[in-house]
Design a protein around this ligand. Structure first.
Ligand code: GLU
Length: 493
């Protein structure tokens, strides 16, 4: 490309950064990096009622967490600032005036109630709810006279007739009939610009070469192209990325689950996972490879591999992918993340967390089943209680095993003397007992598992014994035998 690539992510700070916005930010970032270009962050905060400082901060935070560093924008600066639209109001006023002077815009004095009533009437007549151009037809001089009387007015863009086409970087050729485009308001009565106008002015002045955004903006594009033309500017290249759907084929929303990037973070998803997963929403490399680091994506990302078709947000796949990244972390790092989670949720008393060496072993034992720190306790809670409270389903399995209590007692006896209390001798003792009893090893191991942990799915049984230690293991085995016998006394033998 001859001109250096400049792209922007231009969020409206009216809420948290949701996955759709994050995916747009990521694609822009990757496109810039791939082409050695510049990634700009611009805050579109001209909607005074809905924009908040808190959302702006939340957007920065989420982008930083994902590792999407911007080259120009808030906190970084750059030659094209300011990067908050609220600080650029005079710039928009100046270009709007120019459109007015040259007859490409006109003053509109219609008040919101009248507009609404007329729109509704048009719809009742089966006509499109467009602005009816009342103020375009004002007799000469009247517009100036009303301004002189201090009447408030908005500025409307005068949409030309005909049709508007562009060659979209994802969609190919797209055409809109101008008749469906309104004479849109570009400057409100309070002198604040509307999105379509401010975006054009900024994208031009910031020398944006490519506009990559969600396809919910596709019908804004012909409006924006007409504004570029009226100002004598060349539009950038547009590329509209496909929308993101939930598993049921409707647009992704809170009904489907979490949609905010920081919620995923708080649920224990890793930034590496999020970046990799978001990249695959509407982009694919070769239809096979799925695991990519951010650096690898910078290398691999091209627009020609972005799909026109909607992407499906698959929560199970996200979970799976996090498991892949989580298990690839060094054990010490996984332990840190588990510890951080247990601390922040106060899931366990602080004293239970004091023995780091023990936690490291517990995290190691829980192994691959743990895909997020949040799942650690589900497999490890038995380590942090005095007495296990077995899952009812596990307990009824145990209660249904004839001879279980006797075997638990014999295993307890064996564990009392096994020496050293280590993995292999524990295994030998357990298997030895099964052999003496003339049963399969599972007939000893399954009851022991439930007695020791209260659950059917746990880390390896000998790891469990090691983690619990001799005394606690023996006590739990006998405890379970006592409980089984109390519930259904063993037949006299
Ligand atoms: N502020 C707009 C939004 O958040 C930006 C759209 C665009 O990229 O042009 O949807």
């Amino acid at each position: 490309m001859s001109v250096p690539v400049r792209v922007r992510f231009a969020p409206s700070p009216t809420g948290y950064l949701h996955v759709g916005g994050a995916r747009t930010a990521l694609f822009n970032y990757l496109f810039a990096r791939h082409h050695g270009g510049v990634f700009v962050l611009r805050i579109e905060d001209t909607d005074r009622e809905r924009s908040t400082e808190e959302s702006t901060e939340a957007i920065y935070e989420a982008m930083k967490w994902l590792g999407l560093a911007w080259d120009e924008g808030p906190g970084v600066g750059g030659a094209y600032g300011p990067y908050h639209q609220s600080e650029r109001l005079p710039v928009y006023a100046e270009w709007a005036e120019r459109l007015l002077r040259e007859g490409n815009a006109y003053r509109c004095f219609c008040n919101p109630e009248d507009l609404k009533a007329r729109r509704e009437a048009a719809m009742t007549r089966g006509e499109p709810p467009r602005y009816d151009r009342t103020c375009l037809r004002l007799p000469p001089g009247e517009s100036d006279a009303r301004v002189a009387r201090g009447e408030p007015f908005a500025l409307r863009f005068r949409m030309p007739d005909g049709e508007t086409s562009w060659n979209d970087g994802v969609r190919g050729s797209v055409t809109f009939q101008n008749a469906v485009l309104d004479d849109l308001v570009i400057l409100r009565t309070d002198r604040h610009p509307t999105y379509n106008f401010a975006a054009v002015v900024d994208d031009h002045l910031m020398e944006i070469t490519h506009v990559l955004r969600g396809d919910d903006h596709i019908s804004n594009t012909p409006r924006q192209i007409r504004i570029y033309e009226a100002l004598g500017w060349t539009p950038p290249q547009f590329a509209h990325v496909p929308m993101i759907l939930g598993a049921d084929g409707t647009r992704l929303s809170k009904r489907h689950g979490a949609t905010s990037v920081t919620t995923f973070r708080d649920e224990g998803f890793l930034p590496e996972t999020m970046v990799n997963f978001l990249a695959l929403l509407g982009w694919a490399y070769d239809g096979e490879r799925e695991m990519f680091t951010l650096r690898e994506l910078e290398e691999a990302f091209t627009l020609d591999r972005v799909s026109k078709n909607p992407a499906i947000f698959n929560y199970e796949k996200l979970e799976w992918m996090n498991g892949e990244y989580f298990r690839a972390l060094p054990l010490a790092k996984r332990t840190d993340l588990v510890l951080e989670h247990l601390r922040s949720t106060k899931a366990l008393p602080e004293a239970a967390l004091a023995d780091r060496a023990f936690l490291v072993k517990a995290v190691e034992a829980a192994g691959d089943r743990v895909k997020r720190p949040q799942q650690f306790l589900a497999y490890s809670a038995y380590l942090f209680v005095d007495r296990v409270d077995p899952d009812p389903a596990a307990w009824s399995d145990l209660a249904a095993k004839p001879g279980a209590s006797g075997r638990l007692r014999k295993l307890a006896d064996a564990l009392e003397t096994v020496d050293p209390f280590e993995h292999d001798p524990l295994e030998a003792a357990t298997r030895g007992l099964a052999a003496t009893e003339g049963v399969k090893a599972g007939e000893v191991i399954m009851p022991a598992r439930i007695a020791l942990t209260g659950k059917k799915v746990t880390p390896g049984i000998f790891d469990v014994m090691l983690l619990l230690g001799r005394e606690r293991s023996v006590r739990r085995l006998r405890d379970a035998a006592d409980r089984l016998e109390a519930a259904s006394p063993a037949p006299a033998s």
